[in-house]
Design a protein around this ligand. Structure first.
Ligand SMILES: Cc1cc2nc3c(=O)[nH]c(=O)nc-3n(C[C@H](O)[C@H](O)[C@H](O)COP(=O)(O)OP(=O)(O)OC[C@H]3O[C@@H](n4cnc5c(N)ncnc54)[C@H](O)[C@@H]3O)c2cc1C
Length: 385
């Protein structure tokens, strides 16, 4: 593994940092406190090519690859975690899954507008009673002539209230757990779809999330991805992709916590000297630096393996787990370093603390990542196929 980023990847980091610092940072506190979704910023990211990584040029992408994507997501989350959601909602959820499993017509119709952010996307696995246990979902898609008829409800779906295109999982054969699940591309403005926003939540205040109800929603037969019954396999593959954006986001939040902590350590004095001079504070800073460096190596390794087309479910689970836990450890330490000022809304540390929690939950909780790693290590179920 090459430990140096190429010139191109270094340029991508500069581009992303410049965008985040100049376009996002000036209003981030006000936007976040107002729980404001900023479609204009997501569209700008689309124009800059942020969602074109790993997408071939013929479908509107730039083919820059997964390493570029990880860096872009990291730098975006470093300034505003909420904005990072778009990498999963537009690119790694629907667009990438259509590229992997969709017909040529679906690719041409849906991928370019998702990549340019002319439309917004979402992916819908979770239901009120099916979180970690994805296969327990109850939503059905029953074939009726040349349409599937969707009935059921999804819960905690990022971007569903603003989405035009949804990657939706449902049972085409409810009598066959796991093997009867299928995946669809759904026009989210179709008749029979209603949304409700979840407005009272701990963090990621600028990232819309909500529930979806499907009531006799008719989806054209040709919007099936892959074959009937392949939905569970498609979902696991999709999670391998979307977890890259979430681990990179966690890394960005962790880095933001460290940056803010260093700034404060060099400005706050107690007992006549900078708090950064105290050994116990230095212990916290050192742990943050080391864990962030380790998380970055793990996250970039996943991206590089994906760029080589290698199976990396195990590395993905390890990196997602470690990056999520690192974000929370760093948010906890930053809060301790800022102390009462961290507890206030005067500094961004309270926002980092709230936003970090998200990464331990989404796309497989930290427990679920541990089960994947442990089952692999114990030889019960190999993660990489
Ligand atoms: C802000 C936000 C955005 C989200 N966005 C999306 C989205 O866009 N699309 C989507 O489909 N979903 C989304 N989700 C849902 C998310 O993926 C689920 O919340 C997650 O998979 C966990 O499910 P759950 O919350 O129902 O927890 P549960 O599955 O009920 O788990 C509860 C607890 O039990 C533990 N647990 C469960 N099973 C096991 C096990 N086998 N071994 C050990 N421990 C276990 C869990 O780790 C957890 O601690 C989002 C959630 C949030 C909070």
């Amino acid at each position: 593994m090459d430990f140096d980023l190429t010139e191109d990847l270094q340029d991508i980091r500069r581009l992303a940092r410049d965008f985040a610092e100049t376009e996002v940072k000036p209003t981030v506190d006000a936007d976040d406190k107002a729980h404001r979704f900023r479609p204009d910023l997501v569209k700008k990211m689309g124009e800059l090519g942020f969602f074109g990584c790993a997408v071939p040029e013929e479908y509107g992408g730039n083919g820059m690859g997964f390493a570029a994507l990880a860096i872009l997501a990291e730098e975006t989350a470093r300034v505003w975690s909420s904005l990072r959601l778009a990498f999963a909602a537009n690119l790694l959820g629907p667009a990438m899954t259509i590229l992997r499993y969709g017909s040529e017509e679906l690719k041409k119709k849906y991928v370019p507008p998702l990549v340019n952010a002319d439309v917004f996307g979402c992916f819908a696995l979770t239901e009120p009673n099916a979180g970690s246990d994805v296969a327990a979902m109850k939503t059905k898609a029953i074939l009726d002539g040349d349409h599937y008829v969707l009935n059921g409800s999804k819960m905690w779906i990022s971007y569903c209230t603003v989405a035009d295109v949804g990657l939706v999982y449902a049972y085409t054969d409810p009598s066959r757990p796991v093997k009867g699940m299928s995946a669809f591309i759904v026009d989210m403005k179709s008749e029979g779809i209603t949304n409700e926003a979840i407005t009272e939540k701990l963090g990621n205040w600028g990232g819309p999330v909500g529930s979806i109800t499907f009531e006799n929603c008719r989806v054209p037969k040709e919007n099936l991805l892959g074959k009937e019954g392949e939905g569970f396999v498609i979902a696991m593959k999709q999670l391998d992709d979307t977890r890259l954006a979430s681990m990179a986001g966690a890394l960005g939040v962790a880095q933001a916590c460290l940056d803010a902590s260093i700034e404060y350590c060099n400005q706050r004095e107690q007992f006549g000297q900078l708090i950064g001079k105290y050994q116990m504070i230095q212990d916290q800073i050192a742990q943050m630096v080391v864990d962030i460096n380790a998380a970055r190596l793990m996250v970039y390794k996943v991206a590089f393996l994906k760029d080589k087309g290698r199976s990396c479910t195990l590395e993905t689970s390890m990196a997602k787990l470690f990056a999520a836990e690192t974000a929370n450890k760093c948010a906890d330490y930053a809060m301790k370093i800022y102390s009462a000022y961290g507890y206030s809304e005067e500094y961004p540390v309270a926002r980092f603390f709230r936003d970090a929690k998200y990464y331990q939950i989404v796309e497989g909780t930290s427990n679920i990542q541990k089960t994947i790693v442990a089952n692999d290590a114990l030889g019960y179920r190999k993660a990489n196929k």
